[in-house]
Write a protein that binds this ligand. Structure first.
Ligand SMILES: C[S@@+](CC[C@H](N)C(=O)[O-])C[C@H]1O[C@@H](n2cnc3c(N)ncnc32)[C@H](O)[C@@H]1O
Length: 208
């Protein structure tokens, strides 16, 4: 994963990844996005497996999670959810799956962490079958010259050096829009964070 610190950094990053509580704004949108998925589903950057409980029983789930310190938590979560789960330890910039072989790719709060979001989105398109869907929930850069964007621009160089390597001001919505999907639909919401700031998010689907 990106972010500094090698093995120790990954261990620390793994401790910071939640597997239980999440903001109600996330819990509100995820059932609509994740419950209808079926067949071969690849989740990129699943963290500790916080989304596993949202999938239906017919899903064959593969996680692409580069932080090995999260794998045991994912396996336990998959067993609790009654899902057949497979883990790939690589990065989403190069997904170990054949072209057009997957019904859905899921990523929540992950494009802020990857080294190359355009490359990851190209891989998502490659592995999806025609008509397959990319399901996403991401925080995004606020519009330029807003108070939130100024804070994101200041915090981003600091946060990307911490374990987890989050790019707070990444223009992820624009990256998804230009990636080459047939149809992209998403809703937006703001999540209150510290210092009176509200972090803009998008949640939706893009169809190949
Ligand atoms: C902020 S956490 C989000 C975890 C989970 N998806 C969630 O919604 O809570 C970001 C996750 O992306 C993973 N990650 C970082 N770089 C990655 C990459 N290049 N490919 C795949 N996953 C990556 C991290 O290891 C971490 O599990």
């Amino acid at each position: 994963m990106s972010g500094r610190g090698g093995g120790a950094g990954q261990r620390l990053a793994a401790r910071m990844v939640p597997d239980g509580w999440e903001p109600p704004q996330y819990a509100r949108v995820k059932p609509r996005l994740l419950a209808p998925l079926a067949g071969e589903v690849v989740e990129i950057g699943p963290g500790a497996g916080i989304n596993l409980g949202y999938y239906g029983p017919g899903v064959r789930w593969t996680g692409v999670e580069p932080n090995p310190h999260l794998h045991e938590r994912i396996r336990r979560g998959a067993a609790r959810a009654g899902l057949s789960a497979r883990l790939i330890p690589g990065r989403a910039e190069r997904i170990d799956a054949a072209d057009s072989s997957v019904d859905a790719v899921v990523g929540t709060l992950v494009l802020c962490s990857v080294a190359d979001a355009d490359r990851v989105l190209a891989e998502v398109l490659r592995v999806l079958r025609p008509g397959g869907r990319y399901v996403f929930l991401e925080h995004v850069a606020a519009p330029p010259a807003t108070r939130t964007r100024r804070a994101q621009d200041v915090l981003s160089p600091v946060l990307r050096r911490l374990p987890g390597g989050c790019r707070y001001n990444r223009e992820t919505g624009a990256a998804i829009a230009r990636a080459g999907f047939g149809a992209v639909e998403h809703d937006g919401f703001d999540l209150p964070v510290s210092f009176g700031l509200e972090l803009p998010h998008i949640a939706g689907t893009a169809v190949k």
